[in-house]
Design a protein around this ligand. Structure first.
Ligand SMILES: Cc1cc2nc3c(=O)[nH]c(=O)nc-3n(C[C@H](O)[C@H](O)[C@H](O)COP(=O)(O)OP(=O)(O)OC[C@H]3O[C@@H](n4cnc5c(N)ncnc54)[C@H](O)[C@@H]3O)c2cc1C
Length: 427
């Protein structure tokens, strides 16, 4: 049986059996085996085996509070692979963007909402990785996030400042002892209500991005107030609206003083968006895999529905688009990994700048891919695609929001059209 349990069984036993994690992984593996290096394929299999055992061990139905699983997953070194984390003797191998993509693929097949939530923890890891300067409290927070002992969130968006993230209304005021007081409000933070550690951006002068700062905040401090908001498309992800009232941040928790925050916000954006792209493509693979299994088994008019052109050709189209973007992501991930390795883990400024446009192109297409493939796959499965017996229900919901987070579709288009103007001027 597929472990996703709905109220009433709508899909027959035979098809549900074939939709088990191990068979969906097999379809994915047969697609990727030829394009992955042996060591990458080995890692993909390793992550898959972990989740097959995990699902069996706890008889998981995917209705649970997945935040409780983070410590065990973190202990297995599968919460993030963006870095080797040698400074904590974790020595992750493989690591980098490509490893992260493979980790996300296998994790998404297990539980899409959990995978997105993990991604927000990784967003909190990145600034600490770049700006810990060996300070004990920062290293402690970093290790706790990487190992899943603690949960992280990142606070950029505000009720009145979404796409225009640079002109923040949240303020930070320096005190005599070097600490800061933060006042203001943030909204739509993935993991906000569950987070132990938060990365907060605020400006010393309202609406002036040049005065932006970056802080690490322990959410048990006085002045951090959070309300859980409801995004019905992702009911198991905890999203927050946070209000800061004289939230006092000691000076060793100031990752970037006013003036540095804006650069710090943008330096990580490319890698964050690429992580998002991997998530979106993973969702597409998960959905298309469900639909391929279903269409090969479901019979109508005495034939497997895959044999009807309306189904088979549509599915081929979804499959081809998913594969093509997978190849593009593998290429760009490897390019970034090699550049990082050659430059002591820091992307050269010029490279990072030109990467921005490729990332916007990918973010635009990968989020659209997730939206289309998840919807069309469900559509090809008829009632079985929209009932609650499989993870298709989660995929349908989650794929509706990917064009909004991490920079909306229109913002990616804006970046790309601006770049077309710049390229024209070079002629
Ligand atoms: C599920 C989910 C998770 C999220 N997680 C986080 C998180 O962890 N941390 C965090 O800080 N934020 C998070 N966000 C917030 C997200 O990044 C913002 O929702 C996003 O930046 C858009 O901001 P907004 O909602 O205020 O929309 P607005 O910026 O108000 O945009 C409304 C519409 O106007 C369009 N628009 C705005 N400006 C332009 C322009 N210049 N050109 C063309 N069109 C434009 C937009 O594309 C959009 O269609 C999350 C959001 C969601 C839905």
């Amino acid at each position: 049986m597929n472990n996703k349990k709905g109220q009433v069984q709508c899909i027959n036993d035979e098809i549900l059996e074939k939709m088990q994690l191990k068979f969906r992984y097999k379809f994915l593996n047969n697609n990727l085996m030829a394009v992955l290096k042996p060591e990458d394929y080995k890692f993909l299999r390793e992550v898959e085996k972990f989740y097959i055992n995990f699902e069996k061990k706890y008889n998981i139905t995917h209705n649970e509070d997945f935040y409780e699983w983070f410590p065990e997953i973190g202990k297995a070194g599968l919460l993030t692979r963006i870095n080797h984390f040698n400074n904590f003797d974790l020595n992750y191998e493989p690591y980098g963007l490509k490893a992260e993509f493979l980790r996300l693929l296998a994790t998404d097949f297990f539980d899409p909402q959990m995978t997105m939530s993990m991604g927000a923890c990784v967003l909190a890891v990145n600034p600490l990785l770049l700006h810990n300067e060996g300070v004990d409290v920062r290293l402690k927070a970093l290790k706790e996030l990487v190992t899943g002992e603690k949960i992280g969130c990142i606070c950029i968006t505000e009720p009145e400042r979404g796409s225009d993230a640079v002109h923040m209304e949240t303020t930070c005021d320096k005190q005599e002892n070097g600490s800061y007081l933060i006042n203001g409000q943030k909204i739509y933070q993935t993991n906000g209500p569950k987070a132990d550690w938060a990365i907060i951006y605020a400006c010393s002068e309202k609406n002036n991005g040049n005065t932006m700062a970056q802080f690490l905040v322990d959410t048990s401090w006085e002045g951090w107030n959070v309300e859980k908001i409801n995004i019905p498309w992702v009911p198991r992800i905890s999203l927050g609206k946070e209000t800061f009232k004289n939230l006092k941040v000691p000076k060793e928790y100031v990752l970037g003083a006013p003036g540095l925050g804006r650069e710090y916000l943008f330096e990580g954006l490319n890698l964050e968006r690429l992580g998002g792209c991997s998530l979106y493509v993973s969702e597409a693979w998960n959905a298309v895999t469900h639909a391929v299994i279903y269409a090969n088994m479901r019979k109508q008019f005495n034939q497997e529905i895959l044999k009807f052109q309306g189904v088979g050709f549509t599915l081929s189209d979804l499959w081809a688009k998913t594969m093509n973007l997978t190849l593009a992501l593998l290429y760009i991930s490897e390019l970034v990994d090699n550049t990082l390795k050659k430059n002591d883990g820091i992307l050269p400024k010029a490279f990072n700048l030109s990467l921005g446009v490729y990332v916007s192109q990918l973010k635009y297409q990968c989020a659209k891919l997730s939206e289309r493939v998840c919807y069309e796959s469900a559509n090809l499965m008829g009632g079985a695609g929209v009932c609650d017996n499989t993870l298709m229900q989660d995929l349908l919901g989650i794929s509706r929001i990917q064009e909004i987070g991490a920079g909306t579709r229109q913002i990616q288009q804006y970046i790309m059209s601006y770049s077309l103007r710049r390229l024209f001027k070079l002629l």
